[in-house]
Design a protein around this ligand. Sequence first.
Ligand code: FES
Ligand code: FES
Length: 152
Amino acid sequence: MASVTINGVKREIAVWDPGEPLLYVLRGELGLTGAKFGCGLGQCGSCTVLLDDRPARACMVPIGSVANRRVTTIEALGTPEKPDALQAAFIAEQAAQCGYCTSGMIVSARALLRQTPHPTIDQIKEALAGNLCRCGAHTRILKAVMRAAGAP
Ligand code: FES
Ligand code: FES
């Protein structure tokens, strides 16, 4: 068993295989399907979660390594009825097409805005460089993060 705080709640997770990706546990065992499986190789960012407040690729994090750590997924940020400011900015800027990359983008951007509330466009680009959007919505995604940061 591993004791892990997930979205603010301490959970005891049965660890059958310490090498199993955190993403599989979140999606398959805990029903937290916001983080998406894209490449499974740490290269697309669709599975991004926060591990102790830092962005991490959940497909590359072994469940055996997260004992006594904090995991935050997109589900902890807001709800469809009550999106947080960043999610509301994504909606306002229509910053998604298929939406597959969206939760990873938002989680990465959330980490940036916590650390740097008023980032420059270059800082946003750098923070989101590991998050790929196959639909080419990058321009709108950048606008959404700028909007959430209160940029003019
Ligand atoms: S699915 Fe994890 S980085 Fe692509
Ligand atoms: S909106 Fe489709 S991958 Fe980004």
